[in-house]
Design a protein around this ligand. Structure first.
Ligand SMILES: [Ca+2]
Length: 192
């Protein structure tokens, strides 16, 4: 009889332990699930380039998979320096396109994306500048522009020094032009 009681007690102990383990496992799963949900919620709420390698951008910005950054055409007319200050004031920079893929992407977006195609024929400042005869991307790095996409016969310094870089459209052929920095134009910011 005693040994039966011992066996029953043992079985009950195992049963209780298993249930306890299951409960703990379940609790752990719930906690993990809640944490994951919280992280996802924060990512969606931030909705910027810090989550998922920039798959989502802030409202009004378009994600460029080639640079993993976000771009926005700002429909305010500003001189190049003021445009640069505006972008930087928002934690952005004037747009940089330093690869053929990014340049092609921008052309494609201006022709097809609902937010950009309305500006297909607008002159738009981007982040390049002629510093003493060397075209460079502005910003902290100030690196030389290596990959180029100039419109034919550009840069041409038409009517005087033209030291700032603009996206120029002619018959929908979107290319680069050297523009007069003090001319007020739309511009493009990049969240990087
Ligand atoms: Ca020019």
């Amino acid at each position: 009889m005693t040994w039966k009681i011992v066996i029953i007690a043992y079985v009950l102990k195992i049963s209780y332990t298993t249930r306890e383990t299951k409960t703990i496992t379940m609790r752990k799963s719930i906690v993990c699930g809640l944490l994951l949900a919280a992280v996802i919620a924060v990512c969606f709420d931030m909705s910027d380039a810090t989550c998922g390698h920039g798959v989502s951008c802030p409202s009004g910005y378009i994600y460029n998979p080639h640079s993993s950054t976000c771009y926005k055409i700002v429909t305010l007319s500003k001189k190049w320096d003021d445009a640069k200050a505006y972008c930087e004031g928002n934690g952005d920079r004037l747009a940089v396109f330093d690869s053929t893929d990014s340049i092609s992407w921008a052309k494609h977006m201006r022709k097809t994306h609902s937010a950009w195609k309305g500006h297909i024929n607008k002159y738009i400042w981007i982040g390049g500048r002629d510093y003493h005869g060397v075209w460079q991307w502005d910003g902290k790095l100030k690196k030389d522009i290596v990959v180029e996409d100039w419109y034919p016969q550009r840069p041409n310094n038409l009517g005087g020094p033209q030291d700032c870089l603009g996206l120029f459209a002619d018959s929908n052929d979107l290319k680069w032009d050297d523009g007069t920095c003090n001319t007020a134009e739309y511009f493009m910011c990049e969240k990087y």
